[in-house]
Ligand binder design. Structure first.
Ligand SMILES: Cc1ncc(COP(=O)(O)O)c(C=O)c1O
Length: 386
């Protein structure tokens, strides 16, 4: 008889998305637009700082919360860029990517059965992380409100079991950001309830139009807001595992214990690279954004030409057209686009049931790749309609 395991782990859905990705190997000539990471190298000076750290034997553990020099750089960065004030010593923890920041927060705040409101469609990691930590994800449908949560809907979902809301702007999978006008009614509602706000702003440096607005910039809720951040996207450092968690001192002391026992600390060479990224390479995302914007404009234009209903993204590097009008599930649509059209994109249903009817296209690819992919997709859609 097999040994019993944690039912929460066994119960994790591997879902349709895995099935979809398993098909990719059979279509080696397909153009793959599924990847969620920048297609640029880590900036040269940042790589050098990591290599220098290794050469100098800076390969030990650090303080559990991260090097104080790095935490000071993080504090300075968020102050300069977003006008946010955090205490380096007590309000910042360096984590193994944004993923570990999220996991450590939920491990710290959730008790069995606590509810976490998550606007959806949402990032694939959210529902599993909340569930693994004993929480109950409560999805807030944004699929028919321009992919932005409304205060009216939020109000209907808050119960006496609600422990937190998990927000993500700019968003993966939609590329949509939230304006100040859209944030204010949400903050007004959140002000009235004693719940945590976890704001995953990992794409904040990849905002193309207006300046990024952080949920942590509202003093009324800052004392119970955790800001999840990092360098994975801004500095193309996904493999370095550099995440940052910023939050109020009284709760961060508790999170630090959790982080200490699951990770000890983040990788030290990566921390040295991160100091260089924040000190001398703050303009790296700007250069990448120029390319993303050109690609976004191109792909958006092509999708509109194809007759697809699509919100123009303002950040990250994803676009999320509706494919509902073709009368198939998004899984069927993506599978046929792969097999018949030679283009791979992620079915919206991978991002919860509220992503059904959409397709996530990543444009973290070169212009020639995108041009070829859009041509193939356009042809395929023409045939579909014929
Ligand atoms: C919204 C969102 N949050 C968190 C993560 C995880 O980031 P990291 O690689 O820093 O753990 C991702 C990665 O794709 C993401 O899209």
């Amino acid at each position: 008889m097999p040994l019993t395991l944690n039912p929460r782990a066994e119960g994790l859905a591997v879902s349709g998305i895995r099935q979809f990705f398993n098909q990719l190997v059979d279509y080696p000539d397909a153009i793959n637009l599924t990847i969620g990471q920048p297609d640029f190298p880590t900036p040269e000076k940042v790589k050098r700082a990591g290599m220098d750290a290794i050469a100098a034997d800076l390969t030990s553990y650090s303080h559990n919360a991260g090097l104080i020099e790095l935490r000071q750089e993080i504090a300075a960065f968020f102050n300069d860029r977003y006008g946010l004030t955090y205490e380096a010593k007590s309000e910042i923890i360096v984590t193994n990517g944004a993923s570990e920041a999220l996991d450590s927060v939920f491990r710290t705040i959730l008790d069995e059965g606590d509810e976490v409101i998550i606007p959806a469609p949402c990032y694939t990691g959210y529902v599993p992380i909340v569930g693994l930590n004993g929480g109950k994800p409560v999805l807030l449908n944004t699929s028919d409100t321009g992919l932005v949560p409304t205060a009216d809907r939020l109000k209907t979902l808050i119960t006496d079991k609600t422990k937190a809301i998990l927000l993500n702007f700019p968003s993966n999978p939609t590329g949509v950001t939230i304006s100040k006008e859209q944030m204010e009614p949400l903050v007004e509602e959140l002000k009235q309830h004693e719940i945590f706000i976890i704001s995953d702003e990992i794409y904040s440096e990849n905002s193309f139009e207006n300046k990024h607005e952080s949920f942590a910039s509202y003093p009324e809720i800052k004392d119970r807001t955790f800001l999840v951040q990092g360098l994975s996207k801004s500095h193309s450092m996904t493999g370095w595992r550099m995440g940052f968690l910023l939050g109020p001192e009284q709760y961060m002391a508790q999170v630090l214990k959790v982080h200490m026992y699951n990770s000890v600390c983040a990788s030290l060479p990566s921390q040295h690279a991160a100091i260089e990224a924040l000190k001398n390479n703050r303009d790296a995302p700007e250069e990448m954004n120029r390319a993303y914007k050109e690609r976004r404009d191109f792909v958006y234009g092509k999708l509109v030409e194809m007759g697809l209903d699509v919100v123009k993204p303002k950040g990250a590097f994803y676009i999320f057209p509706s494919v509902a009008k073709y009368g198939m599930t998004s899984f069927e649509f993506a599978t046929r686009l792969l097999k018949e059209g030679g283009v791979a994109a992620v079915p919206g249903s991978a991002f919860t049931e509220f992503g059904e009817g959409f397709l996530r296209i990543s444009y973290a690819y070169s212009m020639p790749t995108l041009e070829q992919a859009m041509e193939r997709m356009g042809e395929w859609i023409k045939n579909l309609e014929a």
